[in-house]
Design a protein around this ligand. Structure first.
Ligand SMILES: Cc1cc2nc3c(=O)[nH]c(=O)nc-3n(C[C@H](O)[C@H](O)[C@H](O)COP(=O)(O)OP(=O)(O)OC[C@H]3O[C@@H](n4cnc5c(N)ncnc54)[C@H](O)[C@@H]3O)c2cc1C
Length: 532
């Protein structure tokens, strides 16, 4: 049996595992990715990438490559249409898309099938020298003791086996995570007992049918019979490739998937028969699942392994990529030596509440749609229905309240008593625990182009003394700190603070208009020295 020694073992090289590997590798942390697939699965899920996710790709040095891989024509509007009863019906609206919050991010959102995203990340991983990717290998067991972790893996093609030893292991191995199970991490959530069909097909016919709407990428249909679940079409490319998902009628039964008449479902959702050439038909279960903790000793879980939910709102992959970045910088800091152990606990403390609230919002959304469809009907009372329909604005894109933040994190200086939450408000003001908004510096460059790999102190002042005290404190803690000074009044107006300490994941750890009395106290908490 071969033996490999590394720092971090990443089980699962889907998008989250690969993103984590690039984050670690760019920080100089050796890691091994074990991924059973030799090629990404050609199913067009995980398509909507938020502006925030594109920031990750920017820092992974492959945002442009990702955009170039987009199969839709450049400029094609990303967003949705919501229709009542069918796409041929009288009632529909186009909810505001993610561009509504676009100015608060350095990158624009993007849309491409997950297998193309994974292909870009696979290419990027090959370029990062600290990362070793074992594609075509399945991890079979994980164990840990106080000194480290060991993963055994087998090559699927020939049964060749290897044992990988490291300091930490991260399970990025999807919703049926072996790592989560072997670490004994319990998980649970709402099971809707609802099977969904996912079909991929070519249809010029459908393209032509949708010309009545402004151009969009997704089309969801609310129908009283569906009890709040959707018929949902999404464009895969500009050449008439589509995916469609729908609740499977109860009469089809879970055991008889083959009996589902997908043509008939598409016909009902579209409003009349549509000529389709099917490429794939599969099924998934509608449920929300979240692990009780994202860490068990030296074992971590991230992405769908830690949390999964129906793809309503396109949060899944985006949430997983944020996990990867959050955990990636903390593991790197601890393995480099300056990060304290509490940094690793803060991963669950920061990330889990975000997912729990997101899962609740999806569940609530289904219940609200169900209640609306039960309460209002144009057949019963057209006037009342039309008034209620006009008041609907939400849909398949992130609502304005979705602004994940870590105000309650033990490693940031958030408001006393605040909690980490998915609910917040987008603003340019620099607030501890929140994502930093982009601004132009007096050089003309954006602040995102100047942020360091580790923490960055942004000092919007000519006064050198506070900067020097931060540098001295960082020196005492062995913590790398980049200093970015600028005196451009515009940034001070936007950020409403003169001093902003930005984390490696572009979240604000501390912000103040006056220098702190003791910079060492500020930095101790930030490096996870929370007992001080
Ligand atoms: C129909 C559909 C549409 C979706 N649309 C969106 C969307 O628009 N936006 C969005 O953000 N999310 C969306 N999602 C969710 C998104 O696809 C997932 O959240 C995403 O795949 C999670 O990535 P991951 O890397 O955590 O897990 P996965 O993609 O499941 O990757 C896990 C990887 O681990 C590997 N693996 C598993 N076990 C082992 C093992 N023992 N050894 C080695 N390798 C192993 C697997 O081969 C796989 O490559 C959608 C999901 C579905 C089903």
């Amino acid at each position: 049996m071969r033996r490999i020694r590394t720092s971090v073992i990443v089980v699962g090289g889907g998008p989250v595992g690969l993103g984590l590997a690039v984050t670690l590798g760019k920080a100089g942390i050796p890691c091994v990715v074990v991924e059973r697939r030799t090629e990404p699965a050609a199913i067009p899920k995980g398509q909507n990438l938020t502006a925030r996710s594109l920031e990750h790709f920017y820092f992974w040095d492959c945002a442009e490559e990702l955009r170039a891989a987009r199969p839709l024509p450049r400029g094609f509007p990303i967003g949705g249409i919501t229709a009542y009863e069918s796409l041929a019906g009288d009632y529909w609206y186009a909810p505001a898309g993610r561009e509504a919050v676009g100015d608060f991010y350095y990158q624009r959102h993007e849309r491409l099938p997950q297998y193309l995203t994974e292909a870009v990340l696979r290419g990027r991983v090959r370029d990062v020298s600290c990362v070793r990717a074992l594609f075509g290998w399945s991890a079979t067991s994980v164990c840990q003791d106080s000194d480290g972790v060991r993963v055994t893996a087998a090559r699927d093609a020939d049964g060749d086996r290897c044992e990988i030893a490291g300091s930490y292991v991260v399970g990025c191995d999807g919703a049926r995570s072996m790592v989560r199970d072997q670490a004994g991490i319990p998980s649970g959530g709402a099971d809707f007992n609802q099977r969904m069909v996912l079909a991929v097909f070519r249809s010029a016919d459908l393209d032509a049918r949708l010309e009545r709407f402004p151009p969009r990428t997704t089309y969801r249909v609310l129908h009283p019979e569906l009890a709040g679940y959707w018929w949902f079409f999404g464009r895969v490319d500009g050449a008439g490739t589509w995916f469609f998902h729908a609740p499977v009628p109860v009469s089809a039964g879970a055991a008889s998937d083959v009996d589902v008449d997908v043509d008939a479902l598409i016909e009902r959702a579209a409003g009349s028969a549509v000529a389709c050439a099917f490429q794939y038909v599969g099924f998934w279960d509608l449920r929300v699942n979240v692990a009780d903790t994202y860490r068990q000793g030296r074992v971590f879980i991230a992405g769908d392994s830690a949390h999964s939910h129906p793809p309503y709102g396109a949060y899944g992959l985006n949430t997983g990529l944020e996990d990867a970045v959050n955990l990636g910088w903390k593991l790197s800091a601890v393995l480099t030596g300056w990060g304290k152990p509490a940094l690793l606990d803060s991963y669950t403390q920061e990330r889990r509440p975000i997912f729990v609230e997101t899962g609740e919002a999806i569940t609530d959304g289904i219940a609200k749609d169900r209640a609306f469809l039960a309460r209002y009907s144009p057949r019963r009372d057209r006037g009342e229905f039309e008034q209620a329909w006009r008041s609907l604005t939400a849909g398949d894109t992130a609502p304005p309240w979705y602004e994940p933040h870590y105000e309650g994190s033990p490693i940031v200086w958030g408001r006393p008593g605040a909690a980490c939450s998915a609910r917040g408000q987008h603003t340019f003001e620099a607030r501890a625990g929140h994502h930093l908004a982009p601004v132009s510096l007096s050089s003309g460059r954006d602040i995102f182009e100047e942020l360091g790999r580790w923490h960055t102190l942004v000092a919007l002042t000519r006064d050198r003394a506070p900067v020097a005290s931060f540098q001295a404190a960082a020196g005492r803690l062995g913590m790398p700190l980049r200093v970015l000074t600028d005196t451009f009044a515009e940034q001070r107006t936007a950020y409403e603070r003169r001093f902003i300490l930005v984390r490696p994941d572009q979240y604000v750890a501390w912000a103040g208009d006056e220098p702190p009395a003791d910079a060492l106290v500020i930095l101790r908490r930030v490096v996870g020295d929370v007992g001080q």
